[in-house]
Design a protein around this ligand. Structure first.
Ligand code: HEC
Ligand code: HEC
Ligand code: HEC
Ligand code: HEC
Ligand code: HEC
Length: 208
């Protein structure tokens, strides 16, 4: 095993749009009071474009229209936030997606981690075996010390615990993270069942 098995993207780091948007919110470069800003931005960031110019025009038009048509009040009272959001989403596009070169965050996956790309789980899946015959384990705790349950921060002391997925996945919890976490979109159910928002995953996918 060599350094480049894990460090496969020296220098320029290509963040998935999902992560880039979260970082911009955290850095205060996006106004979180704009309705559905992340969803709308992800839509215009993830269309296929043949040039950067075309992308920038489409990002500007797509976002401007969305607020102008659907949220007239917001568009009037928070116009500068809308314009700033457009500039920020354009910046994200120009930092991570290069249509002329056919290069983006998907052509250069990041193997450090396992949420959006298999990364460590390419070998740490419990199925691969080392040369000396040991199973390459996928037990979370060989790499992580889970300190507390973030779902109930008020009661959480800094004690060792086990990872609780933020929503109860029931019988699906042993699937790879990458089955559901895509980096360019919120989770979409693989079978179109209409609106499943009143239900918990575990109601239809009971624990085995
Ligand atoms: C088993 C996977 C793996 C291998 C093999 C590996 N690394 Fe790393 N390395 C990591 C992880 C995980 C981090 C932490 C990255 C982070 O915090 O984003 C890291 C961090 C680093 C950092 C610090 C980077 C920073 O931004 O602070 C350096 C330098 C580094 N590795 C060099 C090497 C070198 C040189 C080799 C080969 C001799 C090597 N690594 C092999 C997984 C690996
Ligand atoms: C190319 C295959 C491969 C990849 C990719 C890989 N590993 Fe490993 N890893 C191994 C093997 C093989 C072992 C040794 C298993 C043994 O003999 O116990 C190991 C062992 C480890 C151990 C010690 C585990 C233990 O049971 O004590 C840690 C920690 C670890 N790897 C971290 C990482 C991290 C973090 C990444 C991703 C950044 C990663 N590995 C990616 C193959 C891999
Ligand atoms: C072989 C080592 C390894 C194993 C096993 C492992 N992880 Fe990770 N995990 C990593 C590395 C490396 C990262 C990325 C750290 C970084 O980007 O600085 C990561 C990132 C994460 C993140 C943060 C994701 C994000 O980017 O927001 C979560 C949550 C997580 N792991 C949960 C788990 C859970 C749950 C398990 C067990 C099912 C698990 N991990 C097993 C190495 C491992
Ligand atoms: C069966 C599907 C599924 C699997 C498998 C899955 N997740 Fe999730 N995860 C979700 C859904 C659905 C959400 C709710 C947020 C959303 O809709 O994107 C979520 C939310 C999260 C969040 C909080 C929101 C975020 O995106 O940061 C983290 C962290 C997370 N998952 C980590 C993991 C890790 C680590 C693994 C693998 C060990 C994993 N998940 C496997 C479906 C899944
Ligand atoms: C109303 C019932 C229902 C709810 C609620 C539901 N699912 Fe499903 N799901 C199904 C059905 C039916 C299938 C297709 C049959 C199957 O594979 O079990 C399916 C299949 C899947 C699959 C593909 C199965 C596989 O093994 O690859 C995934 C992944 C999945 N669901 C994730 C989720 C997640 C995550 C949630 C919660 C956010 C969820 N489902 C909520 C009914 C539901």
């Amino acid at each position: 095993m060599d350094c480049v098995d894990c460090h496969n993207r020296p220098a320029h780091v290509y963040l998935p749009p999902d992560v880039a948007m979260d970082q911009s919110f955290a850095a205060g470069r996006l106004d979180p009071s704009l309705p559905y800003l992340k969803r709308q931005a992800m839509q215009v960031l993830n269309k296929p474009y043949s040039s950067t110019d075309e992308a920038l025009r489409s990002i500007e038009a797509g976002m401007d229209q969305f607020y102008r048509i659907n949220y007239k009040d917001v568009y009037a009272t928070k116009n500068s936030s809308v314009k700033e959001a457009i500039r920020e989403v354009e910046r994200i596009f120009q930092t991570y997606i290069f249509p002329e070169m056919g290069v983006d965050w998907q052509t250069h996956p990041n193997n450090i981690g396992h949420l959006y790309f298999s990364g460590c789980f390419r070998c740490h899946d419990g199925d691969h075996v080392s040369n000396s015959g040991k199973v390459v384990r996928n037990d979370c705790t060989i790499c992580h010390s889970v300190l507390s349950d973030s779902a109930s921060p008020a009661t959480a002391a800094a004690t060792a615990g086990s990872f609780k997925h933020p929503i109860d996945l029931g019988g699906l919890s042993d699937l790879r993270c990458t089955v559901c976490h895509k980096g360019d979109n919120a989770f979409q159910h693989p079978v179109n069942l209409g609106d499943i928002s009143p239900f918990q995953c575990v109601e239809c996918h009971p624990r085995k």
